[in-house]
Design a protein around this ligand. Structure first.
Ligand SMILES: Cc1ncc(COP(=O)(O)O)c(C=O)c1O
Length: 430
C-alpha cells in the first residue's frame, strides 16, 4: 500500500478541526475530487506543496496576488510596518497612503471606508444604498458572487455554484425575499423588475465582469443601460469590483468600460495578500456613513497599518510603466494557447488577466449557459494539469488569474501542459 502523502495526512487531520477540512469551501476539492494540496511556500508565479511539489499557480490567492507570491517590495513593506506595531485601533498615516492610490485610480470613488473583506464591503455598501434611498429591495444577477452576507446568498456564484447550493441554509426567508434576481446580461429582465417594483429597489449590485461563474463579459451597453435604468428609478448602482478592481485595468471595470457606478466595492488586490476590503463612491452618499451619518459601520482591525502597507506596495508595483500591457500580452498568449489545446472542448473567455475555461459550447452569456458546463471534463483536465505541475482553481466555476510574475516561459510551460492534459480528456466528452 502507498504511504499517504503529507497533504493527505494533513487533510485527514484538518477534517477533525474544520468543517470539510478547510476554512473556505472551494479549497476542499469537493468539485473536482481528490485531496487538496497543502501549500507551504509561494514565490513569484510558483507555489510549493507539503510534499515538495512545485506548481505554476493560477489561483493567486483567488486574485489577490496580482504581483505574484512573496513579492519582495510587499514583504518588505509588511516587515517594516509590523516592526512599529500591527494595529492600533486609531487613525494611521498608512490608511491615507492606500486611499490616495485608490482615489487616483478609480473613477467612481470620491470617498471610501476600509473594511477587512469583500463580504464586508458589499454588505456595508448595500446598507448605505438602503439608507440613501429609504428602500429595502436589492437587485442582483444570477451567478454573481458578492461574498456571504445573508442577502447576497441568493442564486450566488463561486462556492455556492460549485457545491450546487442555490441559496444557503440559515438565510431567513424574509431576508432572501428582499433580493431580486435577474439573468446576467439581460437588461430587459431588469426593466421588468423595475416595472414591478418601481419605488422599492434600493440598488442594483453586480460584478461588472462576472468572474464567479467562470468568466462572463458584459455585452456592449449592458453596464451603461443598467446605470440608466437604475437612475431613472432612483436606485443606486453598486459595482462589486472585488475581483476586477486594479485587475482588468488600473481603474477596474469602470475604467475599462467607461461606466461610473454610485458605489464601488473593492477587496483582494488592494490588500496585497492581507485582509482588506473597501467600499466607496459618491461623496454625498458616503457621507451617510457613521460618524458623519446615520449608517453604522465599524471594524476593530479596519485600516490596520500592516494590511494598508501591503496594499499600497502592491498598487505601487502595478503603477510601474508597462505592467498592465505585459499582463494583457501574457494573458492573451495563455488564452490563445489554452484555446488551441482545448479546441472543440471548451470555450475560453478573457478580460485582461482573467481567464475563464468553460467546458461547454459558446455563447456563454449567463449562469444558465454556465450550468451546461461538463464539470467532469473540467475535473479530469484539472487533475491532469496538476500532475503536469500547473494549479488551476479546483472548480469549473472559477477563473484563472494571471499575475505579473508569470513569465512567457511559464505561459509556454502551461500551454504545453494543457495540451498533454487535453489528450487525457479523450473519452471524457464527445
Ligand atoms: C466579486 C466578489 N465579491 C465579493 C467577494 C467576497 O470577498 P471576501 O472573500 O474577501 O469576503 C468575492 C470573493 O471571492 C468576490 O469574488
Amino acid at each position: 500500500m502507498n504511504r499517504p502523502s503529507r497533504s493527505q495526512a494533513l487533510f485527514e487531520q484538518a477534517q477533525r478541526f474544520f468543517p470539510g477540512g478547510v476554512n473556505s469551501p472551494v479549497r476542499s476539492f469537493a468539485a473536482v475530487g481528490g485531496t487538496p494540496r497543502f501549500l507551504v511556500r509561494g514565490q513569484g508565479a510558483r507555489v510549493y506543496d507539503a510534499d515538495g511539489r512545485e506548481y505554476v499557480d493560477y489561483v493567486g490567492s483567488w486574485g489577490a496576488l496580482i504581483a505574484g507570491h512573496a513579492h519582495p517590495a510587499i514583504v518588505d513593506a509588511i516587515e517594516r510596518t509590523a516592526r512599529n506595531g500591527t494595529s492600533f485601533g486609531a487613525p494611521h498615516p498608512a490608511e491615507l497612503a492606500l486611499a490616495e492610490r485608490i482615489l487616483r485610480a478609480m473613477p467612481g470613488i470620491e470617498m471610501l471606508r476600509f473594511v477587512n473583506s469583500g463580504t464586508e464591503a458589499v454588505m456595508s455598501a448595500i446598507r448605505v444604498a438602503r439608507a440613501w434611498t429609504g428602500r429595502d429591495l436589492i437587485l442582483k444577477f444570477d451567478g454573481c458572487y458578492h461574498g456571504h452576507a445573508d442577502g447576497m446568498l441568493v442564486r450566488s456564484g463561486s462556492g455556492a455554484l460549485t457545491l450546487g447550493i442555490p441559496s444557503s441554509g440559515g438565510v431567513p426567508r424574509a431576508t432572501a425575499a428582499l433580493t431580486l434576481v435577474a439573468p446576467y446580461n439581460d437588461v430587459e429582465a431588469v426593466h421588468r423588475l423595475f416595472a414591478r417594483h418601481p419605488d422599492d429597489i434600493a440598488c442594483v449590485v453586480l460584478e461588472p465582469v462576472a468572474a464567479n461563474m467562470g468568466l462572463i463579459l458584459p455585452q456592449p451597453d449592458f453596464l451603461a443601460s443598467l446605470v440608466e435604468v437604475a437612475r431613472r428609478h432612483g436606485a443606486l448602482v453598486i459595482f462589486d469590483e472585488v475581483i476586477t478592481g486594479f485587475r482588468v485595468a488600473p481603474g477596474g471595470a469602470q475604467g475599462r468600460y467607461g461606466v461610473r457606478p454610485d458605489l464601488t466595492c473593492l477587496g483582494k488586490i488592494i490588500g496585497g495578500g492581507l485582509p482588506v476590503g473597501a467600499f466607496g463612491g459618491r461623496a454625498d452618499v458616503m457621507q451617510r456613513v457613521a460618524p458623519l451619518g446615520d449608517v453604522y459601520q465599524a471594524g476593530t482591525l479596519s485600516g490596520n497599518p500592516v494590511a494598508m502597507a501591503a496594499g499600497a506596495a502592491q498598487l505601487d508595483v502595478l503603477a510601474q510603466p508597462g505592467v498592465y500591457e505585459r499582463l494583457e500580452e501574457r494573458s492573451a498568449l495563455l488564452a490563445t494557447g489554452l484555446g488551441e489545446a482545448l479546441a472543440g472542448r471548451a470555450t475560453i473567455a478573457r478580460c485582461g488577466s482573467l481567464i475563464g475555461i468553460c467546458f461547454a459550447d459558446g455563447p456563454i452569456e449567463n449562469a444558465d449557459d454556465v450550468r451546461r458546463t461538463d464539470a467532469a471534463a473540467y475535473a479530469t483536465f484539472f487533475h491532469a494539469l496538476l500532475d503536469e505541475g500547473v494549479a488551476l482553481a479546483p472548480s469549473p466555476y472559477e477563473v484563472a488569474f494571471v499575475s505579473c510574475a508569470h513569465s512567457p516561459d511559464d505561459v509556454r510551460f502551461t500551454v504545453k501542459a494543457a495540451a498533454a492534459a487535453a489528450a487525457r480528456l479523450s473519452g471524457a466528452r464527445r
